[in-house]
Design a protein around this ligand. Structure first.
Ligand code: GLC
Length: 771
């Protein structure tokens, strides 16, 4: 049933045809195990139940195509039960009622007890507009939308629209779209209910949250492929994130060193300069773990080479760095320079590893090295080859791998759509290219490092990238606005499974003021990846470049990061188990609290379970903070504050407003110069008084190997019970010995001085009582 639209453009002499095809009415349906296949004259819809809270709908014009996904790692093996009436088929799980209307075919989701959560717009439903497939949904009066990962704009995306098309977004700002990454997953909230929707389609995709539809409809779609979405019906944002990351995977435990302070620059121009910077950290006793080599460490920007003059003895450099307790991360871009005699070029050509035009010619684009070919990371053999080439870096001891320019970027941006990757054209897979590069890098380096954990960082990504890599938010700018935007990007990436995220602290381009540098660094304490990075030609950014007084503040803040590492590492562990991010928009814990979405509070976030952080511009020395309901303590002053209120607090550069949730349990260690240093062996357990009993899952392992997969970890639940006046530590799980031998308990907010206690951090279950 194709309708032909003909719009006569006043300036164009010819007629413009756009074929609109609608979904039509149900003709037949059948069930095979966990799959219900529904046929209309025009299309076929498949409905799969993945779990009681996850249902997939795949609507396609092309029948029986092979089913594949870069993002999804689960199969639909849950039970599918349905009933049929004259006008509908109903699938019921314990959490969702999916009412499939027969004429026309529409998909309407309800809670198990019948409350509408997400319904097709009955007029339009799903249809095809030329090659584009679109689903229109009813918009609820109070509906809010969060998610889509790295997208500029507000926390609540209502009234805006977005495109996913991975782009080298040079000079982006708070209105720019698209940016570097594609996460076609959002969470809708209305009437006290929540749902999630993941459009698993790598084509250029579109999300319109009521921007253009007179507040009647939202819509989403893609330029090709199927209307292939996963519907999440769990109630609660955290539960939906848990389900989404169950479906698309979770990050692994990162190497502990990657949670330390990271110093980067485009570029430290020689081994001598890298070492000088590293030595200065140690001399000044500013904790740090990571140095970076940006593109200038290479010979003519050729990947997997070292510059023979400026990095003439990488092994010697690495030995020195290691002696000082530093790790090195080196950049790799996908563009392989066209140059005979260059190993990667020769091998790539000989084995046909590069992306091609349909006639078999290798695609050529310009990037840093000049004319380049681009590895076809969609092929297993190419990923193997790429992964194995990292010996050039791992042999000397590099264990961090920074994947850049993988949107893929080429000067001028417009890579012809005729370029083929494996058996697919560019528009179909562009959004997954960066992810496949990160996958190849992770796979290869994990093998090469034997049992050691690689650190992989990527700029471009697609849903599921958390399985392979951390991400950062590309080339930001040294302004207050960017600092706040960066925090929203990190918080939003966290909704879409990316827990290990960072921004260029200080801003990549433009020089931050000293005040902004200090402020941004203090926010870095509470950013999952704490990396300072800057563009070539900018003012040097290291902590000592901002005057003595500022250096002292920066140093103190970096020390605070190191003190918090036991807490942060446990938060990472929690994320590997539940998918909950480390930096959490308040919309996760307080989804129906309107104030959380106010522009002036929307940047606030929880860092782990216990800390609420309020980012503030560098020139604002007092600020309003919204504390959601409950009781809170200001971290720096210990002052107790009642939540459900806006509070005015001082926010000098020495004191970013951070608040502790009442009842919080935060393990802290002594200041060390690197994450590998043991410190004084005492784990301080800070406990803030509260009314209800609280738990903290403490986790530790060797921080570097995969032995934890075989049980070499140290895990125990710490429980604070104000009614019983006790802190109990459960028996230790796992076969790893903690690097702390003593535990000291530090009480906060207890009226009648509870005694500080120092006890053995030993294997047995124990209880510490206080008065
Ligand atoms: C890109 C990256 C940036 C890097 C630069 C040079 O702009 O986003 O982080 O420093 O390339 O490699």
């Amino acid at each position: 049933m194709a309708l032909l639209f003909c719009a006569l453009l006043s300036i164009a002499p010819a007629c413009y045809h756009m074929e609109i095809e609608i979904l039509g009415n149900v003709q037949s349906f059948k069930q095979q195990g966990g799959l219900l296949t529904i046929k209309t004259i025009e299309a076929e819809a498949k409905v799969y139940v993945y779990s009681p809270t996850i249902i997939r709908v795949n609507i396609s014009k092309k029948h029986s195509k092979p089913d594949s996904s870069y993002a999804v790692i689960r199969n639909a093996d849950a039970h599918l039960e349905f009933t049929e009436s004259a006008d509908a088929i109903e699938i019921n799980t314990t959490a969702i009622k999916l009412r499939i209307q027969k004429s026309p075919l529409r998909f309407n989701f309800f809670t198990a007890d019948g409350k509408p959560i997400s319904q097709d717009d009955n007029r339009f439903g799903t249809n095809w507009q030329g090659g584009r497939v679109v689903t229109y949904r009813k918009l609820y009066a109070d509906e809010k939308f969060i998610g889509l990962g790295e997208k500029a704009g507000n926390l609540d995306r209502r009234g805006t629209s977005y495109v996913n098309w991975n782009t080298d977004a040079v000079d982006y700002n708070n209105k720019s779209d698209p940016l570097y990454k594609t996460f076609p997953f959002f969470i809708g909230l209305h009437s006290g209910l929540t749902y999630g929707l993941f459009l698993d389609n790598t084509h250029k995709s579109y999300f319109d949250f009521g921007a253009t539809t007179d507040d009647e409809m939202s819509w989403f779609g893609a330029d090709g492929g199927d209307m292939n979405y996963y519907f999440f019906g769990a109630q609660g944002v955290a539960k939906i994130i848990e389900d989404y990351t169950w479906l698309t995977g979770r990050m692994e435990m990162p190497p502990l060193w990657s949670l330390g302070y990271q110093q980067c620059r485009w570029s430290y121009m020689s081994a001598k300069e890298v070492l000088k910077i590293a030595k200065t950290f140690r001399k000044k006793k500013i904790p740090a773990d990571v140095m970076y080599c940006d593109i200038d460490y290479m010979e003519g920007f050729k990947i997997f080479t070292w510059n023979k003059k400026t990095f003439s003895d990488p092994q010697a450099m690495m030995n020195e760095l290691k002696k000082m307790g530093f790790h090195l991360v080196t950049i790799v871009d996908p563009g392989i320079k066209i140059e005979e005699g260059y190993k990667q070029y020769d091998e790539g050509v000989a084995n046909d590893y590069f992306a091609k035009y349909p006639d078999g010619e290798n695609y050529t684009g310009y990037v840093w090295p000049g004319r380049c070919h681009f590895p076809d990371f969609f092929r297993d053999d190419v990923r193997e080859w790429w992964g194995a080439a990292f010996t050039a870096l791992t042999d000397v001891g590099v264990d961090g791998f920074w994947n850049d320019m993988n949107e893929p970027a080429a000067w001028g941006q417009n890579i012809p759509w005729m370029v083929k990757f494996a058996d697919k054209y560019m528009p179909e897979v562009r959004n997954a290219y960066g992810m496949q590069m990160a996958r190849a890098t992770y796979g290869g380096t994990r093998k090469l490092l034997n049992n050691k954990r690689p650190f992989v960082l990527t700029r471009a990504a697609y849903a599921g990238t958390q399985r392979y890599s951390a991400v950062w938010t590309g080339d930001n700018t040294g302004t207050d606005e960017h600092m706040l935007l960066g925090q929203r990007l990190v918080n939003s990436l966290g909704i879409t499974g990316m827990a290990f995220t960072g921004v260029d602290i200080g801003g990549f381009s433009a020089n931050p003021t000293p005040e902004l540098m200090v402020r941004w660094n203090s926010l870095g304490i509470y950013t999952p990846m704490f990396r300072n990075h800057a563009i070539k030609g900018s003012k040097m950014r290291e902590p000592w470049e901002w005057g003595d007084a500022n250096e002292q503040i920066i140093k103190k803040d970096i020390e605070q990061r190191y003190k918090l590492l036991p807490y942060i590492y446990s938060a990472f562990y929690q994320s590997t188990q539940t998918g909950l991010p480390i930096s959490r928009t308040l919309a996760i814990g307080f989804p129906f609290d309107e104030k959380v979405y106010f522009e002036r509070f929307q940047n606030q976030f929880m860092f782990g379970d216990a800390l609420l952080v309020a980012p503030v511009e560098s020139d604002k020395l007092t600020t309003d903070v919204y504390l959601p309901k409950g009781n809170w303590y200001q971290l720096s002053t210990g002052e107790k504050l009642k939540g459900g209120k806006i509070v005015k607090v001082a926010s000098p550069l020495t004191d970013l407003p951070v608040f502790v949730k009442a009842g919080a349990i935060i393990p802290i260690q002594s200041i060390t110069q690197s994450t590998a240093a043991k410190g004084d062996g005492i784990l301080q357990l800070h406990i803030w008084n509260g009314k209800e009993a609280t738990d903290f899952l403490y986790y530790e392992d060797d921080g570097s190997s995969y032995d934890y997969e075989q049980g070499a970890y140290y895990k125990r639940t710490i429980r604070f019970d104000p009614k019983k006046k006790s802190v109990t530590l459960s028996a230790v799980e796992g076969m790893f010995f903690s690097r702390f031998d003593k535990l000291s308990i530090v009480w906060h907010g207890f009226e009648r001085g509870a005694n500080d206690k120092v006890v053995d951090f030993v294997k047995e279950e124990m209880a510490v009582r206080f008065v």
